[in-house]
Design a protein around this ligand. Structure first.
Ligand SMILES: C[S@@+](CC[C@H](N)C(=O)[O-])C[C@H]1O[C@@H](n2cnc3c(N)ncnc32)[C@H](O)[C@@H]1O
Length: 944
């Protein structure tokens, strides 16, 4: 054993170590040539100012390095650390005294030392001695005091390196487990106690000292904690040069740590992920950089409600409650490839045939906006309002500033991956294919374009008739045009007056299904002067995974091909397209009944009491509030139907009114006739007896007999008919009554007795002739009678007969003039339909699609009143009954004046009738007025 003073400088070195920081203190190791290690501990304990270690085991080392190298290496670092220490001074190194002892790194041997990255392993290997110590250490370093590491366990030095290493590891483990909080609490308690005592003793002047001390302690504790946390996070990469935790704390250390105060590291949270780029103020029409600029900087997004705001926030809000749905990429992370047979994908519109030329021809309008960069073509942009996309010609903003370029945005997005594109085909349970969102969409954001082949109406009809009709696949018809009401379905959409997009070859938008509560809308925009259709998100936006739908607004013309809607929404209309509001037949009956009742009320009270209320008088003319809510197309359709209804009701009403007026007129006439006849009779009575007798003989029996006052003066010419005329007329009447009988369907006409026939005949004559009596005709008849009474020339009868003949001839001539007549019956819709009548007078061939009005005409002519029979009937018929009675080939809805026209002529003293037949002037009763012959129908009128 070496004496204690064998190293005279040891005391100095030990004492100096206390005055220096830990690093330098520890670097002053004992010289190599020192006393044996067994004495070192004692010596150290004697000479050191430091108290015995608080901890039972502690390590004094200048470079604690990694725990894997507990054995103090002897190397240049150690040597450099003590440049001022003479080699002969200090205590001898433990290792130098046992330089031949082979040391092993237990951790290395055990394989537990490899916790460091491989790039440090080499260094470790370098630091571990293998083989003889002398071999490993260069000669010159033998003199250099090696870095000494002393292990003290309960005041004992451990000279055995293995034991020392174990002790060191134990110490380090204990150190790691030590909590700084315990220290903090202890220190605080100590300080508070000290402060309290000091205050008691010295009063408030010491308070400041105490406060500073407390503060220092707290800072120390914080620094310690942060250091340890940073060490644990950095691992072996960021090893501090000094391990203060391995050293007992003293004031000097505190001061130093104060300088090295490190702020507590904040944990970094990821703010972006699945909903990257979506923040509350995101405007999807802008680029990310623009959005960033627009984002108000002062408003801080509360972190308590994280993204996505379009799902979470909405779900939490009261007014939009719905079940939670997992985001699309969670429940279905990979896009599913659904293969659709027979779908040729197109990404943009393609013009077919004449469509292109027609398109260019029609391309005319444009729109410009005057937005400022501050506006950014927002909601007030003129182009946006007009659904025009801004571009460099119609907007002065740059693409970055302008937010009204949805199709340009779509183009950019389409170049990205599937999630950028954002939609995919899916299979639905009961609606065939559908389209689903693979990402969320902002309210009103463009989703996908509806593109395909642009065709003309004619091409559309051709395809439907000759191509799609044959297809076995049940397609879908978006627009079913007039005359093409097949139940097969097509991907056709009308988007311009004359153009149709056929998406049989087209974009994915063709698979978007219908819903009565849709989450999207299909809108037409004009892009660079060309109309384009696209699907836009609705005002609620779209959540990832939602099925996209819009309201088809099917053309209601095709009721026959209406399909059942399976959208399953609460407000489902039941069919694809507008819901039929009522059964048109029922409605017609109801409205007719209502109108009739109202008329009767008005007739009874003599006022239009109900007519003042326009809504009551025509309920269908006023749009109900419900109707206003319908889509414009549906409203138009309903209005059209209601208008047709109203028109037919009005027509019926008119006919009834006319019939009523005529009945009244007839009654008045009869009254007048009766009065005049009685006048005539009385005047006749007052005249000479012989004259009276003569008159009575010359006058027709019917007139003579007052039993039939209704038989008018017009029968007079009949009483003196031309030869065979009456016979013919009787035959006509028989035929007519037969017709009427057939029409009535009683089938008894043939068995009627002669008397009965005569009665019927007379009734008809009465009916027919009675209504032709006008005041003028009465006057003329009176004159005629006078003439007859004066001269009783047969010419009068013959002229009258010829006049009558001419009447018939006029009518028939008007018809016979042309081989084929075209007339315009006015149908119930007020349309003019064309009817072609052939030479045989039998068939009326509709050249236009039959509608309610002209079908009625056809039915009438087919129901017994053949055109020939009707012509005869019409020849006798009056104005009021001649609506459907035709003259010759005529079938007209207009009341036709059947009275012959007599034209003046300059040939002698006669006149010409409308046939051109010469009539002697004195044979014509009454003054002659000019008339005119309509082309194909008699429109002139003889006026007295
Ligand atoms: C444009 S296509 C949509 C894609 C179609 N599902 C397919 O598989 O090709 C329209 C057709 O889908 C069906 N459909 C769409 N929405 C529907 C709904 N709400 N209820 C029932 N069928 C619907 C109808 O057959 C309709 O004619």
């Amino acid at each position: 054993m070496a004496p204690r003073n064998a190293s005279p400088k040891s005391t100095a070195s030990a004492s100096s170590s206390t005055s220096k920081p830990a690093s330098s203190a520890s670097s002053i190791a004992s010289p190599v040539t020192s006393t044996p290690p067994t004495s070192i501990a004692d010596e150290s304990s004697v000479h050191s100012d430091n108290a015995k270690m608080d901890a039972p085991i502690d390590t004094v080392a200048d470079t604690p390095a990694t725990p894997t190298v507990p054995v103090a290496p002897v190397g240049p670092q150690s040597a450099q650390a003590t440049p001022d220490t003479p080699a002969s001074e200090g205590r001898r190194s433990v290792r130098s005294s046992r330089s031949t002892v082979v040391t092993y790194n237990v951790q290395m041997l055990a394989g537990t030392a490899i916790h460091t990255p491989t790039k440090y392993l080499e260094k470790h290997h370098k630091n571990v001695l293998h083989g003889a110590y002398e071999e490993a250490i260069p000669k010159h370093s033998v003199d250099t005091p090696p870095k000494k590491k002393r292990f003290r366990v309960q005041g004992e030095d451990l000279t055995d390196p293995v034991a020392a290493q174990l002790a060191s590891e134990t110490a380090q483990a204990a150190q790691r487990r030590r909590s700084s909080r315990v220290d903090l609490r202890k220190e605080a308690l100590k300080n508070v106690t000290a402060a309290g005592e000091a205050v008691v003793r010295k009063g408030p002047e010491v308070l400041s000292n105490v406060a500073s001390r407390v503060g220092r302690v707290l800072r120390d504790a914080l620094a310690t904690e942060s250091e340890s946390s940073s060490r644990s996070s950095k691992g072996s990469r960021s090893q501090p040069s000094t391990d203060s935790s391995a050293e007992p704390h003293d004031d000097e250390d505190d001061d130093e740590n104060e300088d090295k105060y490190v702020k507590r590291r904040e944990k970094q949270w990821e703010t972006q992920g699945l909903y990257v780029g979506q923040h509350r103020e995101l405007n999807p029409k802008l680029k990310e950089s623009q959005n960033r600029l627009r984002r108000p900087r002062k408003v801080k997004e509360p972190k308590i409600l994280p993204l996505p705001m379009f799902a979470g926030e909405r779900m939490l809000s009261d007014d939009f409650q719905r079940d939670f749905k997992l985001p699309f990429d969670v429940y279905h992370p990979l896009p599913r490839r659904v293969k659709v047979e027979g779908w040729t994908r197109l990404s943009k519109n393609r013009f077919i045939g004449d469509a292109s030329a027609l398109w260019k021809h029609d391309k005319h309008d444009n729109s410009t906006c005057q937005c400022s960069p501050q506006d950014g073509c927002g909601e007030n942009c003129h182009n946006r309002i007009m659904s025009y996309e801004c571009n460099e010609t119609n907007c002065r903003l740059s693409p970055d500033q302008c937010s009204n370029r949805p199709f340009a945005q779509l183009k950019i997005r389409a170049k990205g991956n599937g999630y950028d594109y954002g939609v995919e085909v899916m299979e639905t349970a009961d609606k065939g294919f559908g389209v689903r969102a693979m990402r969320s969409f902002e309210p009103n954001q463009i989703i996908v374009e509806y593109a395909g082949e642009i065709i003309t109406q004619a091409e559309c009809e051709r395809r439907m008739k000759y191509i799609y009709k044959k297809d076995k696949v049940c397609f879908v018809d978006l627009v079913i045009r007039r005359g093409l009401t097949c139940t097969k379905c097509y991907y056709l959409m009308s988007f311009d007056n004359k153009m149709i997009i056929d998406a049989t070859r087209g974009t994915i938008a063709r698979f978007v299904n219908h819903s009565c509560e849709p989450n999207c809308g299909m809108f037409k925009w004009t892009v660079n002067g060309e109309p384009r259709m696209a699907l836009f998100a609705g005002p609620r936006g779209i959540m990832t995974g939602e099925e996209l739908t819009y309201d088809y607004n099917f053309d209601p013309f095709s009721h026959r091909s209406q399909q059942i809607c399976r959208c399953g929404t609460r407000s489902c209309r039941g069919v694809l397209g507008p819901k039929p509001k009522y059964n048109p037949l029922e409605r017609s009956f109801a409205s007719t009944f209502l109108a009739g009742t109202k008329r009767k009320i008005a007739a009874v009270f003599g006022t239009n009491s109900v007519g003042n209320d326009s809504r009551m008088s025509s309920p269908s003319s006023q749009p109900s509030p419900k109707k206003r809510k319908l889509a414009p197309m549906a409203v138009a359709a309903v209005t059209k139907r209601e208008n047709a209804d109203a028109r037919s009701a009005a027509e019926k009403e008119k006919m009834e009114r006319e019939a009523k007026e005529q009945a009244e007129q007839r009654a008045r006439r009869e009254e007048r006739i009766a009065r005049r006849q009685s006048e005539l009779v009385s005047s006749a009575n007052a005249g000479e007896e012989g004259k009276e007798e003569e008159k009575r003989n010359s006058m027709p029996a019917a007139i003579g007999g007052l039993t039939r006052p209704s038989l008018p003066m017009k029968r007079t010419p009949r009483a003196v008919p031309r030869p065979g005329a009456l016979k013919q007329k009787r035959r006509d009447f028989r035929g007519l009554t037969g017709l009427l009988g057939r029409k009535r369907g009683d089938g008894e006409t043939a068995e009627r007795s002669v008397e009965e026939e005569e009665v019927v005949e007379e009734e008809i004559v009465h009916e027919v002739m009675d209504v032709n009596i006008t005041p003028a005709s009465l006057r003329s008849a009176k004159k005629k009678m006078e003439v007859m009474g004066r001269s009783s020339q047969p010419s009068s009868a013959s002229s009258a007969g010829s006049a009558k003949r001419s009447s018939g001839s006029v009518k028939s001539k008007g018809v016979k003039r042309r081989r084929t007549d075209v007339v315009n019956p006015i149908d119930s819709d007020g349309d003019v339909g064309m009817m072609e009548v052939d030479d045989d007078y039998n068939e009326a061939q509709p050249t236009k699609m039959a509608n309610a009005g002209n079908m009625k005409a056809i039915r009438k002519s087919e129901s017994g009143l053949t055109t020939r029979g009707a012509a005869r009937f019409g020849a006798l018929a009056n104005e009021s009954t001649s609506v459907w009675a035709s003259v010759g080939k005529h079938v007209t809805a207009k009341r036709t004046e059947m009275t012959p026209v007599v034209k003046p002529t300059n040939r002698g003293k006669g006149l010409r009738d409308s046939r051109g037949m010469f009539i002697k002037k004195d044979a014509v009763a009454g003054p002659v007025v000019k008339g005119k012959m309509g082309k194909g129908k008699a429109s002139g009128k003889l006026k007295a």
